[in-house]
Write a protein of this length. Structure first.
Lengths: 255, 232
């Protein structure tokens, strides 16, 4: 059972009375799961979290889950209709103007809070970064709920959110030398495709990309191997007949 | 079949000797297997050092005690009373690679774990064998198209037995173990076809891949593995 919109709205008003400078927004979920949540500005997230934990009516003493979300840049098209009166006195014409603007993307950390003492929850809270590239720091909630420790490390590892105040912010799943953040939407995997007997869907797409990659590499390899001048330069003592078996066969030519 | 008064001798050729791939060790001279069996019934045991040696070590395989994923649970189940891997002499799971003969790669090998598995393999003394247990250890399994799972442990070290399944039942692991025993019993100690562990020119250690910025470096060992359709 999730917390209703009314309850969250009451909680939001209460938080705003307690923290007048804070930025608290209600984010509704129109889906059937109806998992509504509260969005906190990063500046006051830590003190609000402490309040949620320590307030006697809320007593949200347990963070069961912390997870990351990547919201990439989104192009939003707005259509504005204007009525242009006809100077000749006819009916007014409707002109549609389409304006597109880019909504910058951001990264988001979501926490599910429960109260063990009062047996209620979950209350879902979110904190967002300013963008996806250089301003990715938000306050860590590990000092508030110890259970966030590994999960915030995982978010740091896979999404690249930097949690300020985390006691031990290292990669959790990938190795330390790894660059990039694999769960981001724009993550590009290394081309390590292999033959698949029944490739379909995304795998079939990767097979095509890999095939074009291999074909491109093989063409240049064939050209250099078929160049008799190159062979005679590398092995001047050998005749052309003995040199050709020693030439490495390009891998990409195999069917 | 009438009951024989003497129990079957362990050195006698196993019942699976007619299977393809298994070559019973030839007796000295021109004595056939039937003649040897007759002699054995009269108390004369004819064997060779090679046969005795292989019989001994194939029936006392010490696996390395380590597991990587859910296949390890099945491996543990194979060691319990219900399936009882001790029937095949392989119940002594060693926690140190220095004392182990067999590495059962039981589960998903992530790219982060792969260098450590190869390091463990290098630390095992010869003769040593490797069983790739389950779809993940063979090919990456359901995680093959992911970014973090090795597409089969056989690209960094040699594998003797592949056991398919997700995970394989304990019976499948036991069958794989019996297959490995037959392979060991067929190994030559001398001659041109001598097993790799008897030959100084064959490697027993393999390069350990490094952690790279996006993948392991190198992504495979070209001396032990080539992509499908590209035999090296």
């Amino acid at each position: 059972m999730t917390t209703s919109v009314e309850t969250l709205e009451q909680l939001r008003v209460r938080l705003l009375i307690r923290f007048p400078a804070a930025d608290v927004t209600l984010v509704t979920n129109p889906g059937s799961s109806a998992e509504h949540s509260l969005l906190f500005g990063a500046a006051h997230a830590r003190e609000i979290a402490l309040f949620l934990r320590d307030d006697s009516q809320l007593a949200l003493d347990y963070c069961s889950n912390a997870t990351g979300i990547d919201w990439p840049d989104k192009e939003i098209t707005e259509v504005t209709k204007t009525f242009v009166p006809d100077p000749a006195g006819g009916p007014a014409k409707t002109v549609e103007h389409k304006t597109t603007h880019l909504q910058p993307g951001y990264l988001e950390s979501v926490y599910h809070l429960y109260s063990m003492a009062l047996k209620h929850g979950p209350v879902i809270i979110r904190v967002r970064t300013a963008n996806r590239s250089d301003q990715v720091t938000i306050p860590s909630l590990t000092p508030v709920w110890r259970s966030c420790d590994f999960q915030e490390r995982e978010i740091f590892d896979l999404y690249g959110i930097v949690f300020e105040g985390h006691p031990d912010l290292r990669r959790l799943l990938m190795w330390d030398e790894f660059k990039d953040h694999p769960m981001r939407k724009d993550y590009v995997e290394p081309d390590d495709y292999e033959w698949e007997p029944t490739a379909h869907g995304d795998v079939a797409e990767r097979a095509k990309q890999h095939a074009s990659f291999v074909a491109g590499g093989a063409t240049s390899a064939t050209a250099s191997a078929a160049d008799p001048g190159l062979i005679s330069v590398t092995s001047p003592k050998d005749g052309p007949g003995s040199a050709s078996p020693a030439t490495p066969k390009p891998e990409g030519l195999k069917p | 079949m009438e009951m024989s008064d003497a129990p079957p001798h362990p050195i006698a050729a196993p019942s699976g000797s007619s299977q393809p791939g298994y070559t019973p060790f030839p007796a000295a001279g021109n004595i056939s297997d039937a003649d040897r069996e007759n002699l054995r019934r009269h108390g004369v045991l004819m064997t060779s050092f090679e046969e005795l040696y292989n019989w001994g070590r194939s029936n006392s395989i010490w696996p390395l005690q380590f597991g990587l994923a859910c296949c390890a649970i099945e491996m543990i189940a194979a060691a319990t009373a219900r399936f009882d891997i001790a029937r095949f002499g392989a119940e002594i799971f060693r926690p140190s690679p220095r004392q182990a003969d067999l590495m059962i790669v039981s589960g998903t090998v992530t790219k982060k774990m792969a260098p450590l598995v190869v390091r463990l393999w290098n630390q095992m003394p010869e003769p040593k064998y490797c069983i790739a247990m389950g779809a993940c250890a063979i090919s990456g399994g359901p995680f093959k198209q992911g970014y973090n799972v090795l597409k089969g442990i056989d690209r960094f070290m040699p594998v003797d037995i592949y056991i398919p399944g997700c995970p394989p039942r304990p019976e499948a692991l036991l069958n794989g173990l019996v297959q490995l025993q037959q392979k060991i019993k067929g190994e030559k100690l001398t001659g041109p076809h001598a097993a790799n562990f008897t030959r100084a020119d064959k490697p027993s250690e393999y390069p350990i891949p490094e952690y790279g910025a996006h993948d392991l470096e190198p992504t495979k060992n070209d001396t032990v593995w080539a992509p499908p359709g590209q035999k090296s």
